[in-house]
Design a binder for this molecule. Structure first.
Ligand SMILES: NC(=O)c1ccc[n+]([C@@H]2O[C@H](COP(=O)([O-])OP(=O)(O)OC[C@H]3O[C@@H](n4cnc5c(N)ncnc54)[C@H](OP(=O)(O)O)[C@@H]3O)[C@@H](O)[C@H]2O)c1
Length: 211
């Protein structure tokens, strides 16, 4: 199947490599497409560079928005009419960095980033917050863990989105475990109890209470 990956920086490039290794076909785009072109060249036949963000959605079954939280809304607005009836996967942590390099959360305490993103999407788009729970290097090195696959947690309010994101998570070499509805997205992000947690399925289900 085909997935668009918009944003081919540190995290997007790892997501793309892992999905391509699992057999997914990819359509890539980035801000100026230079990093998308380099990534497509690294991946080879499984990846093509789209003309732009809108073109990335052409023929795609799903889209991963591997963007900084501050870029997310603008890109969603740009592609909004192409998101109806698509799985939209968002790995973004709601973090900003000031001129001094200080990192802070961009949303008020207790406000779930997933609920904010859901409010930016059109009716008919199916949102799952996923693929942003592990730092990129840990994410890459934990794929296809043996003898027991590592878990990638996700949250969604939509059963069909759950099935679709589970397929992508398996394609990337992980065992999917749902951590709850979109309102639980804070558990996945930096500072959340499931962030950077590399565990197998049994331990994962005990921490999520089998959500
Ligand atoms: N890095 C990690 O370890 C990690 C781990 C977990 C979650 N996350 C989350 O993943 C998200 C991405 O992080 P990152 O570290 O990968 O950031 P990054 O390296 O800065 O990459 C951001 C990507 O977004 C692209 N971009 C920016 N504006 C765009 C636009 N208007 N249209 C299309 N593409 C656009 C950039 O394009 P160009 O390449 O052309 O500049 C770049 O490819 C963040 O929200 C972060 O919280 C990151």
């Amino acid at each position: 199947m085909t997935t668009a990956v918009i944003g081919t920086g540190t995290l997007g490039s790892v997501i793309a490599h892992l999905l391509a290794s699992g057999g997914e076909t990819l359509r890539l785009s980035s801000a100026d497409n230079e990093s998308a072109r380099m990534l497509a060249a690294e991946i080879g036949r499984a990846a093509v560079v789209a003309r732009d963000n809108r073109d990335a959605l052409q023929g795609a079954d799903a889209v991963v928005l591997a963007l900084r939280f501050t870029a997310l809304r603008g890109v969603i607005d740009e592609i909004v009419d192409r998101l109806t009836d698509k799985l939209v996967v968002v790995p973004s942590n709601p973090l900003g960095i000031d001129a001094q390099g200080n990192v802070s959360r961009l949303l008020p305490k207790g406000q779930a980033s997933g609920e904010v993103v859901a409010g930016w999407l059109p009716a008919g788009a199916r949102l799952a917050m996923a693929f942003g729970t592990l730092a990129a290097d840990l994410f890459e090195s934990s794929s296809e863990r043996s003898p027991e696959l590592a878990v990638l947690f996700y949250v969604t309010d939509d059963d069909r989105a759950g099935e679709e994101v589970e397929r992508l998570i398996r394609t990337a070499g992980f065992e999917p475990v749902k951590a709850g509805g979109i309102e639980q997205s804070g558990r996945l992000e930096v500072g959340g109890d499931l962030h950077d947690l590399v565990v197998g399925p049994t331990e994962a289900r005990s921490v999520t209470g089998g959500a």
